[in-house]
Design a binder for this molecule. Structure first.
Ligand code: TRP
Length: 337
């Protein structure tokens, strides 16, 4: 074991990876690998909390694994949640240390449960959806994580994780669980190029996200048709569409092009077609590297899958140690059969 601080993060396996996911989370994961003991999960148990397609879940899980590897996450840091059933076990134990009222007050629960009523989910709201943040707390605390790099929308869940840890520690009379902190890093907020007032997201429909692995012509086309001015902008204020394009340009590492185009903008001489061209160049360059890597990985599918099973197994040992300790502390049975 290293003396590096533990970083834990996770993503749900929901198909494609878009540039919002990449710049907003995955790139950060890649960068953190240098200086922290990183543990990153593909959380398929979480993906069952809303109505979903059972025949696609496993495929989406592997797809996300390959996408993460192609984007630069190292295999040794990755695990698949359902291969570590200790997460579900700790979740159960934590259920008994969690306030029911607090779960009902979680913003994400309120949003998703009302959403499911509206969108023909037949008003079915699973107990899993209510319990979602407890499973998330288990994901985090089971590795005694110091830091969790997540966006603002997850802050409330982090707070709940700390509550659970604190209550557990109080009840068992030992400062066993580390209280995890949110690791805020500056990440760009990537907006939809078709409607720059909303976040880039898959759920809004095809034109509202740009797939990291899309082919070059599609990326160029999506950027070419990006909304820039809507005509009714305040004097002297950059429109959301133009701001988003600049932010994508910077995120894709084109600082010089960014600065020189900003100068044009300030001088009132910016041609939107130039800005779009530069953004497309940046995204296409990243995308082609990722696509190449993904093709290589997919040529060795079996080997890569085995590697991930191996890394999951190694990470599982850490989870098992925590469960052993927790059983001792809580009075549950702890025998080897
Ligand atoms: N709830 C997180 C999200 O929607 C995903 C997640 C599950 C997670 N478990 C986690 C994030 C543990 C960080 C740590 O983005």
């Amino acid at each position: 074991m290293s003396d590096k601080k533990v970083v834990l993060s996770a993503i749900q396996p929901t198909g494609d990876m878009h540039f919002g996911n990449y710049f907003g989370a995955v790139k950060n994961w890649v960068d953190l690998q240098e200086n922290y003991d990183c543990v990153y999960g593909v959380v398929d148990y979480h993906a069952m909390t809303m109505p979903y397609e059972p025949s696609k879940l496993r495929q989406n899980t592997w797809e996300l694994i390959f996408n993460l590897l192609a984007a630069g996450v190292k295999a040794e840091h990755l695990f698949i949640q359902s291969l570590i059933p200790e997460h579900a076990e700790l979740c159960w134990i934590f259920n008994c240390f969690t306030s029911y009222g607090m779960l009902q007050r979680m913003t994400q629960f309120k949003d998703k449960s009302s959403q499911s009523k509206e969108t023909g989910g037949e008003g079915f709201i699973s107990a899993g959806l209510l319990d979602y943040p407890v499973l998330q707390a288990a994901d985090i605390l089971i590795y005694r994580a110091d830091y969790v790099p997540v966006g603002k929308d997850q802050e409330q869940h982090l707070e709940l994780s700390r509550n659970i840890a604190q209550r557990f520690n109080n009840q068992v009379g030992k400062e066993y669980f580390v209280l995890p902190e949110t690791l805020f890093t500056e990440v760009p907020k990537v907006m939809s190029t078709a409607d720059p007032t909303r976040k880039m997201s898959k759920s809004a429909g095809d034109k509202h996200f740009i797939n990291v692995f899309a082919d070059e012509s599609r990326i160029r086309k999506q950027i070419r048709s990006a909304v820039t001015d809507t005509g009714e902008m305040e004097e002297g204020k950059m429109s959301p569409g133009v701001e988003n394009l600049f932010s994508l340009l910077k995120a894709s590492g084109r600082q010089e092009a960014h600065d020189s185009l900003i100068q044009d903008y300030n001088a009132g001489a910016l041609k939107y077609s130039d800005l779009k061209e530069a953004v497309a160049e940046g995204l296409v360059a990243l995308s082609s590297t990722f696509r190449e890597r993904k093709a290589e990985l997919q040529a060795n599918k079996k080997e890569i899958k085995n590697q991930i099973k191996g890394s999951t197994w190694e990470i599982r040992k850490r989870a098992q140690q925590t469960i052993k300790d927790v059983k001792d502390l809580t009075g549950l049975m702890n025998v080897r059969f």
